[in-house]
Ligand binder design. Structure first.
Ligand code: APR
Length: 243
């Protein structure tokens, strides 16, 4: 390790960063889990029990992303600028299944809960881009099995993706920033604790209100992401170092 603090940055994002782009969060009063039950649409059991209901749920959300006027906001753009201009590694770990980070220009991006614009075949395991409605009559483009395609989304009780890469980045970083997440769902809610265990990284929470894990962060700023994130990135780039 070179002189001084590591200069890698890990950013964890949740539904709050996409709220000002017009996408619902999960646990706000008007959130998704106030409209449908997790066990009906976000568990493997729910999918086995009623695949049509689960397809309808994701088809409606996929349609709003593909056909609605949903665009990345200033917070997504600021993170892409940070990745482009920071003199070190910037890793975006998102719990979100929308593609707003990609649209905003982020490249070093890990979708730990999967992606709404991809589907996976339970038959052959292939993962392919998919922007249309998905149903039980669709055939896998690779193995041709019918009715074996599911959203490439991590449901409750399933293993999140890219965990080895994520823990590697957390253990190397000098700064961990959590944006727009309520800190209700593990393992993401435990990342701040992993960073503190691993060393001397600074930890920051940028959120509309204190999350479940607020007390675990060395610094916290509260307000809308489109205000907090650009300002925070400007400060970071002006400093140019984490020392
Ligand atoms: N700016 C910043 N933060 C905001 C904004 C905003 N404009 N609007 C809402 N928030 C905050 C809320 O205060 C809340 O703390 O974003 C957070 C959203 O929390 P959740 O709705 O719980 O979403 P998230 O933390 O991403 O959920 C994690 O749970 O249901 C599963 O798989 C799903 O990935 C999801 C995971």
């Amino acid at each position: 390790m070179g002189r001084g603090k590591a200069n890698g940055i890990v950013v964890l994002t949740g539904a709050g960063i996409s709220k000002e782009s017009g996408l619902d969060t999960f646990r706000d009063a008007d959130g998704i889990w106030a409209q449908v039950r997790i066990e009906d649409v976000a568990t493997p059991e729910g999918f086995r029990r009623d695949p049509v209901r689960v397809h309808d749920f994701y088809n409606a959300r996929r349609r709003s992303l593909v056909t609605g006027n949903v665009r990345p906001n200033a917070a997504h753009a600021a993170l892409a600028r940070l990745e482009a201009e920071w003199p070190g590694e910037v890793t975006i770990v998102t719990q979100n299944i929308d593609d707003l980070h990609e649209q905003g220009g982020s490249r070093n991006l890990l979708h730990m809960h999967g992606e709404m614009l991809k589907v996976r075949c339970d038959g052959c395991g292939t993962v392919v881009p998919w922007r249309d409605d998905l149903g039980t009559g669709d055939d896998c483009p690779d193995c041709a099995a019918t009715g074996r395609l599911r959203p490439h989304v991590v449901w409750f009780g399933e293993m999140p993706l890219y965990m080895d890469e994520i823990y590697g980045a957390l253990d190397r970083c000098g700064l961990f920033v959590s944006i727009g997440t309520s800190g209700n769902v593990y393992p993401a809610a435990g990342f701040v604790t992993e960073v503190r265990r691993a060393g001397t990284a600074h930890t920051v929470e940028l959120n509309l209100e204190p999350s479940e894990g607020a007390s675990l962060f060395a610094e916290a700023r509260y307000g809308p992401a489109t205000e907090l994130v650009p300002a925070f990135v400007d400060e970071l780039l002006a400093r140019g170092t984490l020392d």
